[in-house]
Design a protein around this ligand. Structure first.
Ligand code: ADP
Ligand code: MG
Length: 226
């Protein structure tokens, strides 16, 4: 492990269910991502991508192994500590977007800055910058139920990046996008990786995403290789 390791996952195993319904979602998965590195986690549906990302974000606990983000252990940590790391260090793009339904696109994107106590002037500037970066200037005042799946997905990516986090964990962030829009959203992510030395771990089976990665890690039946 080098000193610039920001995401560190060691021997993660996760079992769901029991008896005939027992599923090994992850088996001995170890992975590190350095500052300024863009790693794609590539695998078919059901291979364990979401399970790995939720453990990396401290949203789920592994049965074995442990996760560290920026040197802070998340596994076994108090919920308040995991929540602090998510708030201060991690930008997370949920597979199902997890937007706030009664807020507009711009308000959803702005939300992490409000939580962080960023001043109004900077909040407006950063929000505008991210709205434009993901191509939603014409939809900024719409609520999630007034947007397409692809538009909602772009809101989720912009919201995850607006605080310029040290870590991005993104779960299939281009699944709802056409290839041109996907390419532009990935460019926004790559820009943050290069400019802010963000560590990015992105689950995807999209070839246009893997193409831009520094490294592709394959996952099959909960096992990593590559
Ligand atoms: P992916 O994100 O690659 O599609 P997941 O991590 O969602 O894969 O799932 C990995 C395996 O674990 C799948 O077989 C899935 O059905 C199972 N699984 C995931 N979450 C749960 C859960 N909460 N309860 C039971 N099984 C689950
Ligand atoms: Mg998934």
């Amino acid at each position: 492990m080098t000193t610039d390791t920001v995401i560190r996952l060691e021997g993660l195993s996760r079992v769901f269910g029991a008896g005939a319904a027992r599923t090994l979602a992850l088996t001995g998965a170890s992975l590190t991502v350095a500052a300024g590195e863009f790693v794609v986690l590539r695998g078919p549906s059901g291979s364990g991508k979401t399970t790995l990302l939720t453990i990396a974000a401290g949203l789920d606990e592994p049965d074995e192994g442990a996760a560290w983000i920026a040197g802070t252990p998340l596994t076994g940590a108090a919920e308040a500590e995991a929540a602090r790391v998510r708030r201060e260090v991690i930008g997370y793009v949920d597979q199902d977007f997890a937007l706030v339904p009664f807020l507009t696109a711009a308000e959803n994107i702005e939300l992490p800055l409000r939580v962080a106590g960023t001043g109004a002037r900077e909040r407006r500037a950063r929000t505008r910058e991210m709205v434009d970066a993901v191509g939603l200037a014409d939809h900024a005042a719409q609520r999630p139920d007034e947007m397409s799946g692809g538009q909602q997905q772009r809101v989720a990516v912009a919201r995850a990046l607006v605080r310029r986090p040290r870590v991005l964990l993104a779960d299939e962030p281009t699944a709802q996008l056409d290839s041109a829009t996907a390419a532009s959203v990935i460019s926004v992510i790559v820009e943050h990786v290069r400019r802010d030395a963000m560590a990015a771990l992105v689950a995807s089976h999209d070839a246009t995403v893997a193409e831009r990665a520094d490294r592709v890690v394959e996952i099959h039946d909960g096992r990593l290789r590559g």
